[in-house]
Design a protein around this ligand. Sequence first.
Ligand SMILES: [Ca+2]
Length: 128
Amino acid sequence: MLSKRRLISLLLAAFCGLSVSVVGATGAQAASPGAETCWSYNVSCLFEHNDWQGSYTMLHQNTPDLGGWNDHTSSVINDSWYVNCYYEHANYNGWRLVRPRGTWWTSMGDYNDQITSVRFSGRWDDSC
Ligand SMILES: [Ca+2]
């Protein structure tokens, strides 16, 4: 049988543990300032780290060479009005990844730090 003091201690520990897990879950779901900006302005964004963290750049049009952002992208948001196609090399060469408007990746997986050019397309068949 638990003493009253022990029972209160366990309840407090359980409550604190629940609080920590709730804060953790909220933190994981909270958008970064960069992500909030991208979602607010209907633009396409590239992020330095997974989960839309780190520095970011906004794109508004076809970009045949990302320059300083070459091979630097770890997550993306496409909140532009267009399909976005991301390419391995400059001038839309190499492999291609497609993101319809209003979609994202929180991680680029095997394509981490490899995007070099981005094309915007108004087509509805997800091609660029
Ligand atoms: Ca590349």
